[in-house]
Ligand binder design. Structure first.
Ligand code: FAD
Ligand code: EPU
Length: 342
Protein backbone atom coordinates (compact mmCIF):
# COMPACT_ATOMS: atom_id res chain seq x y z
CA UNK A 1 0.00 0.00 0.00
CA UNK A 2 1.47 3.33 -1.11
CA UNK A 3 0.43 6.74 0.20
CA UNK A 4 0.81 9.53 -2.36
CA UNK A 5 0.69 13.20 -1.41
CA UNK A 6 -0.71 16.37 -3.00
CA UNK A 7 -2.48 14.60 -5.84
CA UNK A 8 -4.73 16.43 -8.32
CA UNK A 9 -8.21 14.86 -8.44
CA UNK A 10 -9.09 16.34 -11.86
CA UNK A 11 -9.02 12.97 -13.62
CA UNK A 12 -10.70 11.20 -10.70
CA UNK A 13 -14.06 13.02 -10.88
CA UNK A 14 -16.34 13.25 -13.94
CA UNK A 15 -17.05 16.96 -13.31
CA UNK A 16 -13.32 17.41 -14.00
CA UNK A 17 -12.83 19.68 -10.99
CA UNK A 18 -9.17 20.40 -10.36
CA UNK A 19 -8.70 20.11 -6.60
CA UNK A 20 -5.88 18.56 -4.63
CA UNK A 21 -6.00 15.78 -2.06
CA UNK A 22 -3.47 15.80 0.77
CA UNK A 23 -3.17 11.99 0.63
CA UNK A 24 -4.19 9.40 -1.95
CA UNK A 25 -4.22 5.63 -1.43
CA UNK A 26 -5.21 3.02 -4.03
CA UNK A 27 -7.02 0.03 -2.48
CA UNK A 28 -6.42 -3.05 -4.61
CA UNK A 29 -6.87 -5.83 -2.06
CA UNK A 30 -8.23 -6.71 1.38
CA UNK A 31 -4.65 -6.57 2.56
CA UNK A 32 -4.51 -2.89 1.56
CA UNK A 33 -7.70 -2.23 3.54
CA UNK A 34 -6.32 -3.96 6.64
CA UNK A 35 -3.01 -2.12 6.34
CA UNK A 36 -4.79 1.22 5.98
CA UNK A 37 -6.75 0.40 9.12
CA UNK A 38 -3.65 -0.67 11.06
CA UNK A 39 -1.91 2.58 10.08
CA UNK A 40 -5.01 4.42 11.36
CA UNK A 41 -5.52 6.12 7.99
CA UNK A 42 -9.29 5.95 8.43
CA UNK A 43 -9.06 7.83 11.73
CA UNK A 44 -8.70 11.15 9.89
CA UNK A 45 -10.82 12.79 7.23
CA UNK A 46 -11.25 10.37 4.37
CA UNK A 47 -13.32 9.70 1.28
CA UNK A 48 -13.89 6.41 -0.51
CA UNK A 49 -13.82 7.13 -4.22
CA UNK A 50 -15.08 4.95 -7.05
CA UNK A 51 -15.38 6.50 -10.50
CA UNK A 52 -16.03 9.98 -9.09
CA UNK A 53 -19.22 10.24 -11.17
CA UNK A 54 -21.48 11.35 -8.35
CA UNK A 55 -19.33 13.79 -6.40
CA UNK A 56 -18.70 17.52 -6.56
CA UNK A 57 -15.49 18.69 -4.89
CA UNK A 58 -16.05 22.24 -3.70
CA UNK A 59 -12.45 22.75 -2.56
CA UNK A 60 -9.16 20.97 -1.92
CA UNK A 61 -9.52 17.81 0.13
CA UNK A 62 -7.53 18.02 3.36
CA UNK A 63 -7.63 14.31 4.05
CA UNK A 64 -7.11 10.89 2.44
CA UNK A 65 -8.79 9.65 -0.72
CA UNK A 66 -9.18 5.85 -0.88
CA UNK A 67 -9.46 4.99 -4.57
CA UNK A 68 -11.24 1.69 -4.97
CA UNK A 69 -9.47 -0.78 -7.30
CA UNK A 70 -10.94 -4.06 -5.97
CA UNK A 71 -11.64 -6.36 -8.94
CA UNK A 72 -13.33 -9.67 -9.76
CA UNK A 73 -16.68 -11.08 -10.92
CA UNK A 74 -17.82 -14.61 -10.07
CA UNK A 75 -20.93 -16.78 -10.17
CA UNK A 76 -21.75 -17.98 -6.64
CA UNK A 77 -24.58 -20.36 -7.51
CA UNK A 78 -27.23 -20.92 -10.13
CA UNK A 79 -30.24 -23.06 -10.95
CA UNK A 80 -32.63 -23.17 -13.92
CA UNK A 81 -34.31 -19.93 -12.91
CA UNK A 82 -31.77 -17.61 -11.34
CA UNK A 83 -28.07 -16.90 -10.93
CA UNK A 84 -26.23 -15.27 -8.03
CA UNK A 85 -23.37 -13.03 -9.17
CA UNK A 86 -20.82 -11.49 -6.86
CA UNK A 87 -18.82 -8.50 -8.11
CA UNK A 88 -15.97 -6.74 -6.36
CA UNK A 89 -16.80 -3.12 -5.66
CA UNK A 90 -14.08 -1.61 -7.85
CA UNK A 91 -15.47 -3.24 -11.00
CA UNK A 92 -16.96 -0.80 -13.50
CA UNK A 93 -20.77 -1.01 -13.22
CA UNK A 94 -21.36 -0.98 -16.99
CA UNK A 95 -18.81 -3.79 -17.48
CA UNK A 96 -20.82 -5.90 -15.04
CA UNK A 97 -24.02 -5.07 -16.95
CA UNK A 98 -22.37 -6.08 -20.24
CA UNK A 99 -21.21 -9.35 -18.67
CA UNK A 100 -24.83 -10.08 -17.64
CA UNK A 101 -26.27 -9.07 -21.03
CA UNK A 102 -23.76 -11.27 -22.88
CA UNK A 103 -24.64 -14.23 -20.66
CA UNK A 104 -28.40 -13.61 -20.94
CA UNK A 105 -28.78 -12.89 -17.24
CA UNK A 106 -31.75 -10.53 -16.96
CA UNK A 107 -32.33 -7.74 -14.47
CA UNK A 108 -29.72 -5.02 -14.97
CA UNK A 109 -30.10 -4.25 -18.70
CA UNK A 110 -32.16 -1.10 -17.95
CA UNK A 111 -29.20 0.11 -15.88
CA UNK A 112 -26.82 0.02 -18.85
CA UNK A 113 -24.25 2.80 -19.24
CA UNK A 114 -24.59 4.25 -15.74
CA UNK A 115 -21.05 5.48 -15.02
CA UNK A 116 -19.10 4.50 -11.92
CA UNK A 117 -18.28 1.43 -9.89
CA UNK A 118 -20.23 -1.52 -8.52
CA UNK A 119 -19.47 -0.44 -4.94
CA UNK A 120 -21.15 2.93 -5.33
CA UNK A 121 -24.33 1.42 -6.80
CA UNK A 122 -25.91 0.59 -3.41
CA UNK A 123 -24.92 3.99 -2.03
CA UNK A 124 -27.81 5.75 -3.79
CA UNK A 125 -29.64 2.65 -5.03
CA UNK A 126 -28.88 3.57 -8.64
CA UNK A 127 -31.87 3.64 -10.93
CA UNK A 128 -32.87 4.28 -14.50
CA UNK A 129 -35.65 3.48 -16.96
CA UNK A 130 -37.99 1.78 -14.50
CA UNK A 131 -35.43 -0.34 -12.63
CA UNK A 132 -33.44 0.24 -9.44
CA UNK A 133 -30.58 -1.72 -7.89
CA UNK A 134 -32.96 -2.92 -5.13
CA UNK A 135 -34.81 -5.00 -7.77
CA UNK A 136 -31.82 -7.33 -8.25
CA UNK A 137 -29.91 -6.81 -5.01
CA UNK A 138 -29.18 -9.82 -2.79
CA UNK A 139 -26.52 -8.63 -0.29
CA UNK A 140 -23.21 -6.80 0.06
CA UNK A 141 -20.05 -7.04 2.13
CA UNK A 142 -18.44 -4.01 3.68
CA UNK A 143 -15.38 -3.15 5.75
CA UNK A 144 -16.16 -1.17 8.89
CA UNK A 145 -13.50 1.57 8.90
CA UNK A 146 -14.06 2.30 12.61
CA UNK A 147 -13.94 -1.29 13.92
CA UNK A 148 -11.74 -2.84 11.23
CA UNK A 149 -14.20 -5.71 10.78
CA UNK A 150 -16.25 -7.09 7.89
CA UNK A 151 -20.04 -7.05 7.80
CA UNK A 152 -22.67 -8.44 5.46
CA UNK A 153 -25.74 -6.31 4.73
CA UNK A 154 -29.00 -7.84 3.56
CA UNK A 155 -31.39 -5.93 1.34
CA UNK A 156 -33.53 -4.96 4.33
CA UNK A 157 -30.50 -3.69 6.25
CA UNK A 158 -29.55 -1.37 3.38
CA UNK A 159 -32.93 0.41 3.69
CA UNK A 160 -32.96 1.38 0.02
CA UNK A 161 -35.17 4.22 -1.15
CA UNK A 162 -35.26 6.57 -4.12
CA UNK A 163 -31.57 7.58 -4.52
CA UNK A 164 -30.96 6.58 -0.90
CA UNK A 165 -29.60 3.89 1.45
CA UNK A 166 -28.11 3.62 4.94
CA UNK A 167 -24.71 4.32 3.35
CA UNK A 168 -25.87 7.82 2.42
CA UNK A 169 -27.59 8.44 5.75
CA UNK A 170 -26.83 6.81 9.12
CA UNK A 171 -23.69 4.98 7.95
CA UNK A 172 -22.24 7.77 5.79
CA UNK A 173 -18.44 7.22 5.44
CA UNK A 174 -18.56 4.33 7.95
CA UNK A 175 -18.31 1.35 5.55
CA UNK A 176 -16.07 0.60 2.60
CA UNK A 177 -18.32 -1.60 0.43
CA UNK A 178 -16.10 -4.42 -0.85
CA UNK A 179 -18.45 -6.53 -2.97
CA UNK A 180 -22.06 -6.69 -4.08
CA UNK A 181 -24.13 -9.80 -4.85
CA UNK A 182 -27.02 -9.65 -7.33
CA UNK A 183 -29.74 -12.21 -8.11
CA UNK A 184 -30.49 -12.21 -11.83
CA UNK A 185 -33.03 -14.11 -13.85
CA UNK A 186 -32.35 -16.67 -16.56
CA UNK A 187 -35.83 -16.27 -18.00
CA UNK A 188 -36.14 -12.63 -18.97
CA UNK A 189 -38.87 -10.62 -17.28
CA UNK A 190 -38.28 -7.48 -19.28
CA UNK A 191 -39.25 -4.04 -18.04
CA UNK A 192 -40.26 -1.78 -20.90
CA UNK A 193 -42.57 0.43 -18.85
CA UNK A 194 -40.53 3.56 -19.59
CA UNK A 195 -42.04 5.35 -22.58
CA UNK A 196 -38.73 6.14 -24.27
CA UNK A 197 -37.75 2.44 -24.37
CA UNK A 198 -41.06 1.54 -26.02
CA UNK A 199 -40.49 4.28 -28.60
CA UNK A 200 -37.00 3.05 -29.54
CA UNK A 201 -38.20 -0.57 -29.84
CA UNK A 202 -41.16 0.52 -31.97
CA UNK A 203 -38.87 2.54 -34.26
CA UNK A 204 -36.80 -0.60 -34.80
CA UNK A 205 -39.90 -2.79 -35.23
CA UNK A 206 -38.84 -4.98 -32.31
CA UNK A 207 -41.93 -6.78 -30.98
CA UNK A 208 -40.27 -9.43 -28.81
CA UNK A 209 -37.21 -7.67 -27.35
CA UNK A 210 -34.23 -9.58 -26.02
CA UNK A 211 -32.18 -8.52 -23.02
CA UNK A 212 -29.62 -7.09 -25.44
CA UNK A 213 -32.28 -5.16 -27.37
CA UNK A 214 -33.38 -3.44 -24.14
CA UNK A 215 -29.78 -2.68 -23.21
CA UNK A 216 -29.11 -1.24 -26.69
CA UNK A 217 -32.27 0.88 -26.47
CA UNK A 218 -31.27 2.27 -23.07
CA UNK A 219 -27.75 3.04 -24.33
CA UNK A 220 -29.17 4.86 -27.37
CA UNK A 221 -31.57 6.93 -25.22
CA UNK A 222 -28.85 7.84 -22.75
CA UNK A 223 -26.40 8.83 -25.49
CA UNK A 224 -29.05 11.05 -27.12
CA UNK A 225 -29.64 13.23 -24.08
CA UNK A 226 -26.96 12.85 -21.43
CA UNK A 227 -23.64 14.61 -21.99
CA UNK A 228 -20.57 12.35 -22.12
CA UNK A 229 -18.38 13.30 -19.13
CA UNK A 230 -15.29 12.67 -21.27
CA UNK A 231 -16.37 15.59 -23.43
CA UNK A 232 -18.34 17.80 -21.02
CA UNK A 233 -17.78 17.41 -17.28
CA UNK A 234 -20.90 16.46 -15.29
CA UNK A 235 -22.18 14.09 -12.64
CA UNK A 236 -25.55 13.12 -14.14
CA UNK A 237 -28.67 14.52 -12.47
CA UNK A 238 -27.56 17.23 -10.09
CA UNK A 239 -30.84 17.22 -8.13
CA UNK A 240 -33.30 14.51 -7.13
CA UNK A 241 -36.80 14.62 -8.54
CA UNK A 242 -38.94 16.05 -5.73
CA UNK A 243 -41.83 14.04 -4.32
CA UNK A 244 -44.66 16.33 -3.21
CA UNK A 245 -48.07 15.66 -1.65
CA UNK A 246 -50.61 14.86 -4.36
CA UNK A 247 -52.92 17.61 -3.07
CA UNK A 248 -50.15 20.20 -3.58
CA UNK A 249 -49.47 18.81 -7.04
CA UNK A 250 -53.14 19.14 -8.01
CA UNK A 251 -53.14 22.69 -6.67
CA UNK A 252 -50.05 23.57 -8.76
CA UNK A 253 -51.68 22.00 -11.83
CA UNK A 254 -54.37 24.71 -11.76
CA UNK A 255 -51.63 27.34 -12.38
CA UNK A 256 -49.26 25.10 -14.41
CA UNK A 257 -51.53 22.67 -16.29
CA UNK A 258 -48.59 21.20 -18.24
CA UNK A 259 -46.67 20.14 -15.12
CA UNK A 260 -45.80 16.42 -15.42
CA UNK A 261 -46.15 14.20 -12.37
CA UNK A 262 -45.99 10.49 -11.55
CA UNK A 263 -47.68 8.90 -8.51
CA UNK A 264 -45.15 7.28 -6.14
CA UNK A 265 -45.95 6.41 -2.52
CA UNK A 266 -49.63 6.65 -1.65
CA UNK A 267 -50.63 10.33 -1.71
CA UNK A 268 -47.36 11.56 -3.26
CA UNK A 269 -46.42 12.69 -6.75
CA UNK A 270 -42.93 12.82 -8.24
CA UNK A 271 -42.33 15.90 -10.39
CA UNK A 272 -39.40 15.90 -12.86
CA UNK A 273 -36.89 18.47 -11.59
CA UNK A 274 -35.64 18.84 -15.18
CA UNK A 275 -39.06 20.25 -16.14
CA UNK A 276 -39.09 22.66 -13.18
CA UNK A 277 -35.58 23.92 -14.04
CA UNK A 278 -36.45 24.28 -17.72
CA UNK A 279 -39.57 26.30 -16.86
CA UNK A 280 -37.36 28.66 -14.87
CA UNK A 281 -35.41 29.37 -18.06
CA UNK A 282 -32.14 27.66 -17.13
CA UNK A 283 -32.03 24.92 -19.77
CA UNK A 284 -29.05 25.40 -22.11
CA UNK A 285 -28.10 28.70 -20.46
CA UNK A 286 -24.36 29.07 -19.74
CA UNK A 287 -23.46 31.11 -16.67
CA UNK A 288 -19.72 31.59 -16.30
CA UNK A 289 -18.18 28.13 -16.68
CA UNK A 290 -21.30 26.19 -15.84
CA UNK A 291 -24.99 25.79 -16.63
CA UNK A 292 -27.89 23.37 -17.11
CA UNK A 293 -27.34 21.15 -20.16
CA UNK A 294 -29.20 21.95 -23.41
CA UNK A 295 -30.75 18.45 -23.71
CA UNK A 296 -31.31 17.68 -20.02
CA UNK A 297 -31.81 20.61 -17.65
CA UNK A 298 -31.26 18.39 -14.60
CA UNK A 299 -27.61 17.92 -15.54
CA UNK A 300 -25.23 20.75 -14.60
CA UNK A 301 -22.07 20.80 -16.67
CA UNK A 302 -18.54 22.14 -16.46
CA UNK A 303 -17.72 24.05 -19.65
CA UNK A 304 -14.02 23.70 -18.92
CA UNK A 305 -12.66 25.65 -16.02
CA UNK A 306 -15.44 25.67 -13.46
CA UNK A 307 -14.61 25.33 -9.81
CA UNK A 308 -16.77 23.19 -7.58
CA UNK A 309 -17.75 26.31 -5.64
CA UNK A 310 -18.94 27.98 -8.86
CA UNK A 311 -21.13 24.99 -9.79
CA UNK A 312 -22.43 24.86 -6.22
CA UNK A 313 -23.31 28.57 -6.32
CA UNK A 314 -25.16 28.14 -9.61
CA UNK A 315 -27.00 25.11 -8.26
CA UNK A 316 -28.10 27.24 -5.32
CA UNK A 317 -29.39 29.97 -7.68
CA UNK A 318 -31.37 27.36 -9.65
CA UNK A 319 -32.70 25.84 -6.43
CA UNK A 320 -33.91 29.28 -5.27
CA UNK A 321 -35.62 30.10 -8.56
CA UNK A 322 -37.50 26.77 -8.52
CA UNK A 323 -38.52 27.48 -4.93
CA UNK A 324 -39.78 30.97 -5.82
CA UNK A 325 -41.72 29.93 -8.94
CA UNK A 326 -43.25 26.67 -7.72
CA UNK A 327 -42.81 26.56 -3.94
CA UNK A 328 -40.97 23.23 -4.41
CA UNK A 329 -37.60 22.51 -2.79
CA UNK A 330 -35.21 20.54 -4.97
CA UNK A 331 -32.26 18.94 -3.20
CA UNK A 332 -28.92 17.77 -4.62
CA UNK A 333 -28.53 14.16 -5.63
CA UNK A 334 -24.77 14.60 -6.15
CA UNK A 335 -22.56 14.10 -3.07
CA UNK A 336 -21.10 17.48 -2.16
CA UNK A 337 -17.57 17.07 -0.88
CA UNK A 338 -16.76 20.24 0.98
CA UNK A 339 -13.40 21.62 1.98
CA UNK A 340 -12.37 19.59 4.97
CA UNK A 341 -9.81 20.57 7.55
CA UNK A 342 -8.56 17.99 10.00
P1 FAD B 1 -18.33 8.03 -6.69
O1 FAD B 1 -18.76 9.29 -7.36
O2 FAD B 1 -16.89 7.73 -6.68
O3 FAD B 1 -18.87 8.05 -5.18
C1 FAD B 1 -20.20 8.39 -4.91
C2 FAD B 1 -20.44 8.24 -3.40
O4 FAD B 1 -20.37 6.87 -3.05
C3 FAD B 1 -19.39 8.96 -2.56
O5 FAD B 1 -20.03 9.48 -1.41
C4 FAD B 1 -18.42 7.84 -2.19
O6 FAD B 1 -17.75 8.09 -0.96
C5 FAD B 1 -19.36 6.64 -2.08
N1 FAD B 1 -18.69 5.39 -2.44
C6 FAD B 1 -18.14 5.07 -3.63
N2 FAD B 1 -17.65 3.81 -3.60
C7 FAD B 1 -17.89 3.33 -2.35
C8 FAD B 1 -17.60 2.10 -1.70
N3 FAD B 1 -16.97 1.09 -2.32
N4 FAD B 1 -18.00 1.95 -0.41
C9 FAD B 1 -18.63 2.96 0.24
N5 FAD B 1 -18.92 4.14 -0.32
C10 FAD B 1 -18.56 4.34 -1.61
N6 FAD B 1 -27.01 7.50 -11.25
C11 FAD B 1 -28.18 6.82 -11.28
O7 FAD B 1 -28.63 6.32 -10.23
N7 FAD B 1 -28.89 6.66 -12.42
C12 FAD B 1 -28.47 7.16 -13.60
O8 FAD B 1 -29.14 7.01 -14.61
C13 FAD B 1 -27.25 7.89 -13.62
N8 FAD B 1 -26.80 8.45 -14.77
C14 FAD B 1 -25.62 9.14 -14.77
C15 FAD B 1 -25.16 9.69 -15.98
C16 FAD B 1 -23.98 10.39 -16.02
C17 FAD B 1 -23.50 10.96 -17.34
C18 FAD B 1 -23.21 10.55 -14.84
C19 FAD B 1 -21.89 11.27 -14.88
C20 FAD B 1 -23.66 10.03 -13.64
C21 FAD B 1 -24.88 9.32 -13.58
N9 FAD B 1 -25.37 8.77 -12.39
C22 FAD B 1 -26.54 8.04 -12.40
C23 FAD B 1 -24.66 8.97 -11.12
C24 FAD B 1 -23.50 7.95 -10.90
O9 FAD B 1 -23.15 7.31 -12.08
C25 FAD B 1 -23.90 6.90 -9.86
O10 FAD B 1 -24.26 7.51 -8.65
C26 FAD B 1 -22.76 5.91 -9.61
O11 FAD B 1 -23.22 4.85 -8.81
C27 FAD B 1 -21.55 6.56 -8.94
O12 FAD B 1 -20.49 5.65 -8.96
P2 FAD B 1 -19.00 6.09 -8.67
O13 FAD B 1 -18.17 4.87 -8.54
O14 FAD B 1 -18.55 7.06 -9.70
O15 FAD B 1 -19.16 6.81 -7.26
N1 EPU C 1 -37.83 17.08 -18.51
C1 EPU C 1 -37.99 18.34 -19.04
N2 EPU C 1 -36.88 19.05 -19.39
C2 EPU C 1 -35.63 18.56 -19.24
C3 EPU C 1 -35.46 17.27 -18.69
C4 EPU C 1 -36.58 16.55 -18.32
O1 EPU C 1 -39.11 18.83 -19.18
O2 EPU C 1 -34.69 19.27 -19.60
C5 EPU C 1 -39.02 16.30 -18.10
C6 EPU C 1 -39.80 15.66 -19.22
O3 EPU C 1 -41.15 15.75 -18.87
C7 EPU C 1 -39.39 14.20 -19.16
C8 EPU C 1 -39.18 14.01 -17.68
O4 EPU C 1 -38.64 15.25 -17.24
O5 EPU C 1 -40.39 13.39 -19.66
C9 EPU C 1 -38.24 12.90 -17.28
O6 EPU C 1 -36.98 13.10 -17.92
P1 EPU C 1 -35.94 11.90 -18.06
O7 EPU C 1 -36.62 10.71 -18.63
O8 EPU C 1 -34.76 12.43 -18.77
O9 EPU C 1 -35.61 11.54 -16.58
P2 EPU C 1 -35.24 12.41 -15.30
O10 EPU C 1 -36.38 12.33 -14.35
O11 EPU C 1 -34.79 13.78 -15.70
C10 EPU C 1 -34.26 10.39 -14.01
C11 EPU C 1 -33.02 10.08 -13.24
C12 EPU C 1 -31.89 9.75 -14.18
C13 EPU C 1 -32.27 8.53 -15.00
C14 EPU C 1 -33.54 8.87 -15.79
C15 EPU C 1 -34.06 7.69 -16.57
C16 EPU C 1 -33.19 11.28 -11.14
C17 EPU C 1 -32.69 12.40 -10.31
N3 EPU C 1 -32.68 11.20 -12.37
O12 EPU C 1 -34.01 11.60 -14.75
O13 EPU C 1 -30.73 9.42 -13.39
O14 EPU C 1 -31.25 8.17 -15.89
O15 EPU C 1 -34.58 9.30 -14.88
O16 EPU C 1 -34.68 6.80 -15.70
O17 EPU C 1 -34.01 10.49 -10.68
C18 EPU C 1 -28.81 10.33 -12.33
O18 EPU C 1 -29.28 9.91 -11.26
O19 EPU C 1 -27.71 10.91 -12.40
C19 EPU C 1 -29.58 10.14 -13.55
C20 EPU C 1 -29.16 10.57 -14.75
Amino acid sequence: MEIKHQISLKTFNTFGINVQADNFVAIGSFDDLNQAFEHQLFAHKCLILGGGSNVLFTGDFAGTIFKNNLKGISILEQDDATVLIKAASGEIWHDLVMYCVQNNFAGVENLSLIPGTVGAAPMQNIGAYGVELIDVFESLSAFDVIEGTNRIFTKEECDFGYRSSVFKTIYKDRYFITDVTLRLSKSPVLNISYGAIKDVLAEKNIIHPTIKAISDAVIAIRKSKLPDPNILGNAGSFFKNPEIPESFYLQLKTTFPEMPGYPTAVGFTKVPAGWLIEQCGWKGKQVGNTGAHKNQALVLVNYGNATGAEIMQHAFTIQQSVQEKFGITIVPEVNLISYLVN
